[in-house]
Design a binder for this molecule. Structure first.
Ligand code: HEC
Length: 206
């Protein structure tokens, strides 16, 4: 190896410049974000789910963390977001206490679809159905108290008022024939009312 310094090759110069620009950009963006967050009293994201936990619900919340549910699920800022069913925030707006308890105690019979993890002999969530009934009841109570507001991703009906975001998504992604075949539920108060009613009805059925 020679000790003399070699001048940078043009390719290396470009590479280092690009990397440098990225780093400077990241630092500037980070500083701007910090300043915006520090000076604004609005939260960065509006919270669309809430929970008023009863006493049993609080016990369930603790058990939810202690019994390893957070390995695969997420609720109230605890746990992981790694799959379709992983996020249980707002599940109380989709599932009733009876449904949740029935699912936890006998997933094969009550899920209504083949399960990947919760059935006996399946991967790592088979233990759940074997837990003491009072613990599962407390957890089911906790989950049933996780409520989503209208417009949250776990709610049955879209947000009130205009949403430029939804407009853009519909215009960009919905195929033309859908626009003839389906009506935008937001333009149809009657359909909105029916969807709301259906969501409430499903909630009452285990
Ligand atoms: C190894 C990963 C894993 C663990 C641990 C786990 N789950 Fe699940 N859970 C799943 C998967 C995957 C599903 C979807 C159904 C299935 O495939 O079994 C699910 C479904 C659910 C559902 C139904 C959601 C819905 O509306 O469809 C509930 C409720 C639930 N789990 C609660 C729990 C609770 C409570 C615990 C802890 C006691 C727990 N899970 C532990 C992976 C897991």
């Amino acid at each position: 190896m020679s000790e003399t310094k070699q001048p940078l090759k043009p390719g290396e110069k470009i590479l280092f410049t690009v990397a440098g620009v990225f780093i400077v950009f990241a630092i500037v963006a980070f500083i701007i974000m910090q300043v915006v967050m520090a000076t604004s009293d609005k939260p960065m994201f509006e919270t669309k789910t809430h929970a008023n936990l009863s006493e049993e619900g609080q016990l369930g919340s603790r058990l939810f963390r202690e019994r390893g549910c957070t390995t695969c699920h997420r609720a109230l800022r605890n746990g992981t977001n790694m799959g379709r069913t992983a996020d249980l925030d707002g599940i109380g707006s989709r599932r009733s206490l009876d449904w949740l308890y029935a699912f936890l105690t006998d997933p094969v019979k009550n899920y209504g679809a083949p399960t990947i993890d919760h059935a006996p002999g399946q991967r790592s969530a088979a233990y759940v159905a074997e837990m003491p009934e009072e613990e599962l009841h407390a957890i089911a109570t906790f989950l049933s108290e996780l409520i989503s507001d209208q417009g949250s991703s776990s709610a049955a009906i879209p947000p009130k008022g205009d949403s430029p975001f939804i407009d853009t998504m519909v215009n960009t992604w919905a195929p033309e024939e859908w626009k003839e075949k389906y009506k935008d539920i937001r333009d149809d108060p009657e359909a909105l009312r029916r969807a709301n009613e259906k969501a409430n009805r499903e909630l009452l059925q285990p």
